[in-house]
Design a protein around this ligand. Structure first.
Ligand code: UDP
Length: 195
């Protein structure tokens, strides 16, 4: 089965390796791509927020099962998913790809000191990455302004750590504009990565 529906959200039933291969192809061919890594909380939010459900149904290119609760739900429904694919694991893998291919990346979200620590670690461990922009997640501007600033930098990868649904709302603006980047909401990943 290609998709597994859990409470109205269609998860892509692919292994981590399959996601890696498809994302690599889309990065190489500069396709605009929105990846949502959905945990049970995100599924519940979507069921309470029709606008967010619309993003998941119509705008997201990929929805990965981020959490053991989703894997369990798939089993109980009789439509098991291949494996858990977390935002954090994808984030770390994408940084490696960006490092090897010297990609342009843009970071938005988290507290200023967390973001600074993420930038510092990237600078130290991923010298090949071209960090074209970084903005903490405690801005007063509308998401449209932030989206405009991101677009100006023409990144290959955009990571948004604002929590859901806000991070997906921001990336949806970029996806609808067909920004030629792979974009992913990463929740608390910057906090974890910063140590
Ligand atoms: N965050 C942010 N701006 C806000 C609220 C949250 O940048 O106005 C950041 C927060 O600092 C954290 C990230 O969003 O780095 C994810 O937050 P949370 O842990 O709530 O999300 P989850 O991982 O549960 O989706």
């Amino acid at each position: 089965m290609d998709k597994v529906n859990v409470l109205g959200v269609d998860f892509d039933n692919k292994s981590f390796k399959q996601f890696q291969s498809e994302f690599s192809n889309r990065i190489d061919s500069h396709q605009s791509t929105l990846v949502v890594t959905a945990n049970p909380e995100i599924v519940m939010t979507a069921n309470e927020n029709p606008e967010f459900m619309k993003i998941l149904r119509r705008t997201a290119d990929y929805i990965t099962p981020d959490g053991i609760g989703i894997i369990k739900a798939g089993k109980i429904l009789g439509t098991p998913l291949k494996e858990r694919v977390t935002g954090y694991d994808l984030f770390v893998w994408l940084l490696k790809v960006a490092n090897e291919q010297k990609l342009r990346i843009y970071l938005v979200g988290a507290k200023p000191e967390v973001l600074a620590a993420v930038q510092e670690r990237i600078g130290r461990e991923y010298g090949g990455i071209d960090l074209v922009g970084a903005e903490d997640g405690y801005f007063d501007d509308d998401l449209e302004i932030i989206a405009y600033q991101i677009k100006q930098k023409q990144p290959d990868l955009v990571f948004a750590a604002l929590g859901s649904p806000r991070q997906e709302q921001l990336l949806t603006l970029l996806r609808r504009d067909r920004l030629a980047a792979l974009m992913m909401g990463v929740g608390g990943s910057f906090d974890v990565f910063s140590g």
